[in-house]
Design a protein around this ligand. Structure first.
Ligand code: DC
Length: 222
């Protein structure tokens, strides 16, 4: 049976950085499920669909074929055959993904794809519902979080480094809104699985978080 590591947590907690690093070290495949919700959201934006128009979202979700491919170990997301990976990391797409991931038509389709990927391959998968819904049988479950303040500051720094405009207060407000929506939606809300280990990275650097999770995984793998 494949070995599965699930990492869940709110936006900006550092899940993808940590998961990528560990996947490389362990020779596992890193599966970024947020990118799949973002690809769907990108499609809805392209189609000019309103985030509240459930009927249009249901119809469009049916037309959006999301698949995953790996190039030199890096996940690529294909939307109806086109590689859209480079277009997915904007705030606009992230907010649309948070808003449209509440719909069962979107979730059901992507969860099936995620479960298929993890069946035969050792994976580190990150998202919001991996330990609770997608891979309830995962051998290792981590709930990675950090304070809103820490997460907003990290994002702010990231944007400045990229030379993009950044407003710390606005970023913090967006993060709070996204947390609220991800934690309060009806289907598969973000929450810590009962058997997940809580890691709060507010006062930790990347190396410390990687070391902590590496230790937890090593214990489980024996
Ligand atoms: O991790 P991210 O910021 O790329 O995710 C974007 C949005 O997608 C997130 O706000 C909620 C949704 N999402 C989800 O509902 N379930 C997942 N497993 C991953 C992401």
């Amino acid at each position: 049976m494949a070995f599965n590591i699930a990492i869940d947590g709110p936006a900006g907690a550092g899940k993808s950085t940590i998961a990528k690093t560990l996947a490389k070290e362990l020779g596992y495949v890193y599966v970024d499920t947020g990118a799949m919700y973002r690809a769907m959201a990108y499609y809805f934006l392209q189609q000019g669909i309103d985030k509240d128009d459930e009927a249009a979202i249901i119809a469009a979700a049916d037309d959006a074929d999301v698949t995953i491919r790996y190039e030199n170990g890096a996940q690529q997301v294909l939307l109806n055959g086109e590689n859209v990976t480079a277009s997915l990391r904007t705030e606009q797409v992230g907010n649309m993904a948070s808003a449209t991931s509440v719909y069962p038509a979107v979730r059901t389709k992507l969860v099936a794809l995620q479960q298929k990927l993890a069946q035969t391959t050792d994976v580190i998968m990150d998202g919001r519902d991996i330990g609770t819904c997608v891979l309830p049988q995962a051998q290792v479950k981590i709930y990675l979080t950090a304070s809103v303040e820490t997460r907003a500051k990290r994002r702010y720094k990231e944007l400045l480094e990229k030379g993009e405009p950044a407003d710390l207060e606005k970023i913090a407000a967006d993060i709070e809104e996204r947390d609220y929506r991800d934690m309060h939606r009806e289907m598969s809300p973000l929450r810590q699985a009962e058997d997940a280990v809580l890691v709060d990275s507010s006062e930790m650097n990347i190396d410390e978080v990687v070391a902590a999770i590496r230790g937890i995984a090593a214990e489980k793998r024996g």
